[in-house]
Design a protein around this ligand. Structure first.
Ligand code: INI
Length: 155
Protein backbone atom coordinates (compact mmCIF):
# COMPACT_ATOMS: atom_id res chain seq x y z
CA UNK A 1 0.00 0.00 0.00
CA UNK A 2 1.27 3.45 -0.88
CA UNK A 3 1.54 6.04 1.87
CA UNK A 4 0.57 9.45 0.55
CA UNK A 5 1.78 12.40 2.58
CA UNK A 6 -0.04 15.62 1.89
CA UNK A 7 -1.13 18.68 3.79
CA UNK A 8 -4.69 19.38 4.77
CA UNK A 9 -6.36 22.79 4.55
CA UNK A 10 -7.60 22.45 8.12
CA UNK A 11 -5.13 22.98 10.94
CA UNK A 12 -5.84 20.68 13.86
CA UNK A 13 -3.54 22.40 16.34
CA UNK A 14 -3.04 26.17 16.38
CA UNK A 15 -0.17 27.60 14.36
CA UNK A 16 1.70 30.91 14.37
CA UNK A 17 2.13 32.89 11.17
CA UNK A 18 4.87 35.42 10.44
CA UNK A 19 4.32 37.76 7.50
CA UNK A 20 6.99 40.04 6.02
CA UNK A 21 5.56 42.63 3.64
CA UNK A 22 7.45 45.08 1.42
CA UNK A 23 6.40 48.76 1.34
CA UNK A 24 7.62 49.29 -2.24
CA UNK A 25 4.62 49.22 -4.63
CA UNK A 26 2.49 49.33 -1.48
CA UNK A 27 -0.78 49.79 -3.36
CA UNK A 28 -0.24 46.28 -4.75
CA UNK A 29 1.32 44.75 -1.62
CA UNK A 30 -1.47 46.14 0.57
CA UNK A 31 -3.95 44.18 -1.58
CA UNK A 32 -1.82 41.03 -1.27
CA UNK A 33 -1.69 41.50 2.50
CA UNK A 34 -5.47 41.99 2.70
CA UNK A 35 -6.02 38.82 0.66
CA UNK A 36 -3.56 36.91 2.82
CA UNK A 37 -5.17 38.01 6.09
CA UNK A 38 -8.67 37.34 4.78
CA UNK A 39 -7.73 33.80 3.75
CA UNK A 40 -6.00 33.09 7.08
CA UNK A 41 -9.01 34.36 9.07
CA UNK A 42 -11.44 32.35 6.94
CA UNK A 43 -9.39 29.26 7.73
CA UNK A 44 -9.89 29.94 11.43
CA UNK A 45 -6.57 31.62 12.23
CA UNK A 46 -6.87 34.16 15.06
CA UNK A 47 -5.35 37.62 14.67
CA UNK A 48 -3.29 36.94 17.81
CA UNK A 49 -1.49 34.17 15.90
CA UNK A 50 -0.31 36.58 13.18
CA UNK A 51 2.63 39.03 13.25
CA UNK A 52 3.49 41.34 10.37
CA UNK A 53 6.91 42.89 9.77
CA UNK A 54 7.29 45.63 7.16
CA UNK A 55 10.42 46.12 5.09
CA UNK A 56 11.34 48.83 2.56
CA UNK A 57 11.35 46.62 -0.53
CA UNK A 58 11.50 43.04 -1.78
CA UNK A 59 15.31 43.11 -1.60
CA UNK A 60 15.05 43.40 2.19
CA UNK A 61 12.59 40.52 2.58
CA UNK A 62 15.13 37.66 2.95
CA UNK A 63 16.96 39.11 5.97
CA UNK A 64 13.78 39.78 7.90
CA UNK A 65 12.21 36.47 6.89
CA UNK A 66 15.39 34.72 8.03
CA UNK A 67 15.23 36.39 11.46
CA UNK A 68 11.57 35.51 11.81
CA UNK A 69 12.20 31.90 10.73
CA UNK A 70 15.11 31.51 13.17
CA UNK A 71 13.23 33.10 16.08
CA UNK A 72 11.25 29.95 16.80
CA UNK A 73 8.11 32.07 17.08
CA UNK A 74 6.48 31.05 13.80
CA UNK A 75 5.44 27.82 12.10
CA UNK A 76 5.65 29.49 8.71
CA UNK A 77 6.79 32.81 7.29
CA UNK A 78 4.99 34.37 4.34
CA UNK A 79 6.86 36.93 2.22
CA UNK A 80 4.73 39.47 0.35
CA UNK A 81 6.00 41.92 -2.24
CA UNK A 82 5.69 43.15 -5.80
CA UNK A 83 8.63 43.49 -8.15
CA UNK A 84 7.50 45.17 -11.35
CA UNK A 85 9.85 45.27 -14.33
CA UNK A 86 8.48 48.48 -15.80
CA UNK A 87 11.41 50.62 -16.80
CA UNK A 88 13.66 49.92 -13.84
CA UNK A 89 16.99 48.17 -14.37
CA UNK A 90 16.64 47.05 -10.73
CA UNK A 91 14.17 44.30 -11.59
CA UNK A 92 16.48 41.35 -12.20
CA UNK A 93 18.66 42.17 -9.20
CA UNK A 94 15.77 42.67 -6.79
CA UNK A 95 13.65 39.74 -8.00
CA UNK A 96 16.62 37.36 -8.21
CA UNK A 97 18.07 38.25 -4.81
CA UNK A 98 14.65 38.04 -3.22
CA UNK A 99 13.66 34.64 -4.62
CA UNK A 100 17.10 33.05 -4.11
CA UNK A 101 17.30 34.38 -0.56
CA UNK A 102 13.83 33.23 0.40
CA UNK A 103 14.23 29.71 -0.97
CA UNK A 104 17.53 29.17 0.84
CA UNK A 105 16.05 30.33 4.15
CA UNK A 106 13.44 27.58 4.09
CA UNK A 107 16.09 24.95 3.36
CA UNK A 108 18.53 26.31 5.96
CA UNK A 109 16.04 26.74 8.81
CA UNK A 110 13.49 23.99 8.12
CA UNK A 111 10.75 26.59 8.55
CA UNK A 112 8.52 26.83 5.48
CA UNK A 113 8.79 30.13 3.63
CA UNK A 114 5.99 31.05 1.26
CA UNK A 115 6.80 33.11 -1.83
CA UNK A 116 3.99 35.61 -2.08
CA UNK A 117 6.06 37.98 -4.17
CA UNK A 118 4.78 39.06 -7.56
CA UNK A 119 7.46 39.26 -10.24
CA UNK A 120 5.71 40.77 -13.23
CA UNK A 121 6.36 42.84 -16.34
CA UNK A 122 3.80 45.57 -15.77
CA UNK A 123 1.56 47.23 -13.22
CA UNK A 124 -1.41 45.78 -15.10
CA UNK A 125 -0.12 42.24 -14.49
CA UNK A 126 0.42 43.08 -10.82
CA UNK A 127 -3.14 44.38 -10.46
CA UNK A 128 -4.50 41.23 -12.11
CA UNK A 129 -2.76 39.11 -9.45
CA UNK A 130 -3.62 41.32 -6.49
CA UNK A 131 -7.32 40.66 -6.22
CA UNK A 132 -8.71 41.05 -9.72
CA UNK A 133 -9.03 38.66 -12.65
CA UNK A 134 -6.07 36.41 -11.84
CA UNK A 135 -6.98 36.02 -8.19
CA UNK A 136 -4.96 37.21 -5.21
CA UNK A 137 -1.44 35.89 -4.76
CA UNK A 138 -1.56 36.86 -1.07
CA UNK A 139 -4.59 34.63 -0.49
CA UNK A 140 -2.86 31.80 -2.37
CA UNK A 141 0.18 32.30 -0.15
CA UNK A 142 -1.97 31.95 2.98
CA UNK A 143 -3.45 28.67 1.74
CA UNK A 144 0.01 27.37 0.80
CA UNK A 145 1.23 28.30 4.28
CA UNK A 146 -1.53 26.27 5.94
CA UNK A 147 -0.87 23.33 3.63
CA UNK A 148 2.87 23.37 4.36
CA UNK A 149 2.38 23.51 8.14
CA UNK A 150 -0.01 20.59 7.92
CA UNK A 151 2.28 18.60 5.60
CA UNK A 152 5.40 19.14 7.72
CA UNK A 153 3.55 18.07 10.85
CA UNK A 154 2.77 14.77 9.16
CA UNK A 155 6.18 13.94 7.69
N1 INI B 1 11.50 46.86 -4.53
C1 INI B 1 10.33 46.18 -4.72
O1 INI B 1 9.79 45.63 -3.75
N2 INI B 1 9.77 46.12 -5.95
C2 INI B 1 10.33 46.71 -7.04
O2 INI B 1 9.75 46.65 -8.16
C3 INI B 1 11.55 47.42 -6.88
N3 INI B 1 12.19 48.08 -8.02
O3 INI B 1 11.73 47.87 -9.15
O4 INI B 1 13.15 48.79 -7.88
C4 INI B 1 12.12 47.49 -5.58
N4 INI B 1 13.25 48.16 -5.34
C5 INI B 1 13.70 48.50 -4.01
C6 INI B 1 14.52 47.41 -3.38
O5 INI B 1 13.71 46.30 -3.04
C7 INI B 1 15.20 47.89 -2.10
O6 INI B 1 14.23 48.26 -1.15
C8 INI B 1 16.13 49.11 -2.33
O7 INI B 1 17.03 48.87 -3.39
C9 INI B 1 16.94 49.41 -1.04
O8 INI B 1 17.78 48.30 -0.72
Amino acid sequence: MITTLEGSMMLGAPARFGIAAARFNHFIVDALEAGCLDALRRHGVADEAIAIARVPGAFELPLVVQKMAKSGKYDVVIALGAVIRGSTPHFDHVAGACSRGLSSIAIDTGVPVIFGVLTVDSIEQAIERAGTKAGNKGAEAAVSAIEMISLLRGL
